[in-house]
Design a binder for this molecule. Structure first.
Ligand SMILES: [Zn+2]
Length: 252
């Protein structure tokens, strides 16, 4: 069984760069060092997490590497173990329905309706659940600037300290205090704002946790616009994520 899983992982990882190039609009901006680092993140996710297909869906290299590449890009400047609470990734073919305890916006759910989910990242040690249709839509339409994989894995980073509150693990006390101050201010401003924000979509006002996940998506998908419209938020995100995506876009 373990041998079978190893072989499957090796098959998925063989030639992963071609899949990542298609999956990530940022691929062409990464230098050799960043691509090597991304490769290490992708390999860690593929080998160490339990990958599962729901409802007869089949996991292919395209499915697994597309997801691992986005999650890996988000973690490019973080510790290798940053996703240690993610034990499993479950991929559904389409939108899926939440069962058991009713998930709400506050608990980290992306939904188009009351129960139909595009992605779900339970706090604690639950799996990351994703709709492949939603993941593929984000890849095929980069102009929408959304990334459900980044969104759900950001929820996992948020809850790594046991709290689902929009503040991930930041060990330095001064950095943490600055994070809380900046994010609280930006979140309150966004909620009060009568007109739509140029970069942060309305969903970010649901809760501090959703604010963090939406901001994390924008950090990677529209870094120049985020830096322009929310420079302080951009700066604390750079500090936490240990990368500067806007700098990458300015100096490819
Ligand atoms: Zn969410």
């Amino acid at each position: 069984m373990v041998w079978g899983r190893r072989r499957r992982a090796r098959r998925w990882l063989d030639g992963w760069e071609q899949v990542a190039e298609t999956a990530l609009p940022q691929w062409s901006l990464l230098d050799d060092r960043e691509r090597a680092r991304l490769g290490a993140r992708v390999e860690h996710l593929v080998r160490r997490k339990h990958w599962e297909a729901a409802r007869g869906f089949e996991l292919t290299q395209e499915v697994v590497i597309t997801i691992a590449a986005s999650a890996g890009l988000l973690a490019l400047g973080l510790d290798r173990d940053c996703y240690r609470h993610v034990k499993a990734v479950v991929v559904h073919p389409k939108t899926f329905t939440s069962h058991g305890v009713r998930a709400t916006h506050v608990r980290g759910v992306v939904t188009r309706g009351p129960q139909r989910l595009l992605g779900h990242a339970r706090d604690g040690r639950g799996p990351v659940m994703l709709s492949w249709r939603a993941v593929r839509r984000d890849v095929r339409h980069p102009e929408r600037r959304q990334n459900v994989v980044v969104h759900e894995f950001a929820h996992k980073l948020d809850s790594a300290d046991g709290l689902f509150d929009g503040t991930p693990e930041i060990t330095d006390r001064a950095d943490r205090a600055e994070w809380v101050q900046v994010c609280n201010r930006e979140y309150r401003r966004l909620r009060r704002r009568p007109e739509p924000d140029p970069v942060l979509r309305r969903y970010a006002t649901k809760s501090p946790a959703e604010f963090f996940s939406v901001a994390s998506e924008v950090f990677l998908m529209q870094p120049l616009a985020l830096e322009e419209h929310h420079p302080e938020l951009y700066r604390v995100l750079c500090g936490y994520y240990g990368q500067d995506p806007a700098g990458r876009e300015r100096h490819p």
